[in-house]
Design a protein around this ligand. Structure first.
Ligand SMILES: *[C@@H]1O[C@H](CO)[C@@H](O)[C@H](O)[C@H]1NC(C)=O
Ligand SMILES: *[C@@H]1O[C@H](CO)[C@@H](O)[C@H](O)[C@H]1NC(C)=O
Length: 284
């Protein structure tokens, strides 16, 4: 089957378009809801903490908000399941030297994969902003840089979750992160090529295994219908919490402006996102 045929068969299998209608209620789960526990959940948290504390070396891992993420979602406060998941996470971090990422040199990636993590929503959650247009995933994969790109992406995930943990340690009520992507210029060849999709899928698997419950929302603006190719490919790997947090807006600016204005101030957005913040200098 040629690539084109393969892609059109994916198109044909798309039944439901996920475009958000006039929904302007903001935020998948509030901080209060995230941190508020029933008595039995609180008991489970205490027991979980007691059990895993000897494994935790970093201060941020000892925060309630960090521990709760392993208990929430599919684990439903099952301490054994949460312990196993956390154990796997610590093993993965060690084997892949994840803590090193913040000291690694990413200058070769910064130009080609524009991302900023220097703005915050109205509740203080850090926002990762991704200009999909600048991400030539296909070229990188073909050049044999797929692994490098993935490590770079994970270094960004470490940065944004790290910023949330730093805020928690300062006493701010920040438990989750926001991802805002501009899909203007999205094209199936560069972003959803058959060689690219495994990268997206692996990324989702990392997120679901090692950063559970971290995502508040993934907001995509200016999405063309073809973005469904990627969404359909990753759908089987998404937990309910994550898929509930995905908001997709077509290029109708009035709609996404209303949504973004409710969630984050214009001072915290750059021009392509309808804001007033000066452009980021990627040449630094
Ligand atoms: C954080 O949220 C908790 C739970 O809703 C609340 O009790 C506390 O006052 C909040 N703290 C701050 C600094 O807003
Ligand atoms: C995130 O990246 C910025 C810019 O490189 C850096 O200044 C900051 O310390 C990083 N934060 C974390 C938590 O890694």
């Amino acid at each position: 089957m040629s690539q084109t045929n393969h892609l059109s068969s994916i198109f044909l299998s798309v039944v439901v378009l996920l475009f958000v209608e006039s929904n302007v209620s903001v935020s998948a789960i509030s901080v209060e809801k995230y941190l508020t526990l029933t008595l039995s959940q609180k008991t489970a948290l205490d027991e979980f903490r007691h059990r895993v504390e000897p494994m935790l070396k970093d201060n941020y891992m000892k925060q309630d908000a960090y521990l709760i993420q392993w208990l929430r979602g599919a684990r439903k406060f099952d301490i054994n399941a949460a312990t196993e998941m956390l154990r796997m996470n610590l093993k993965w971090r060690k084997e892949n030297a994840i803590d090193n990422m913040r000291n690694e040199d990413w200058t070769d990636m910064l130009q080609d994969f524009h991302t900023t993590i220097d703005t915050y929503d109205r509740t203080g959650r850090p926002i990762a902003v991704i200009d999909i247009n600048d991400w030539d995933i296909r070229r990188s994969v073909i050049q044999g840089k797929g692994k490098r790109v993935m490590r770079y992406i994970m270094s960004r995930v470490e940065n944004i979750t790290g910023q949330a943990y730093e805020r928690q340690e300062k006493g701010m009520n920040v438990t989750q992160v926001v991802v805002l992507a501009n899909a203007e210029g999205f094209n199936v060849i560069q972003h959803a090529c058959p060689l690219c999709l495994p990268l997206w899928i692996q990324f989702i698997q990392y997120i679901e295994s090692y950063y559970p419950e971290a995502l508040d929302e993934l907001i995509i603006i200016n999405a063309p219908p073809t973005i469904q190719v990627v969404l359909e490919a990753i759908k089987p790997f998404l937990t309910k919490t994550t898929s509930d947090g995905i908001r997709i807006f077509n290029p109708n600016k009035a709609k996404w402006m209303e949504y973004l204005d409710a969630k984050m101030s214009r001072e915290e957005r750059r021009k392509p996102y309808g804001g007033t913040k000066p452009p980021f200098d990627f040449s630094r």
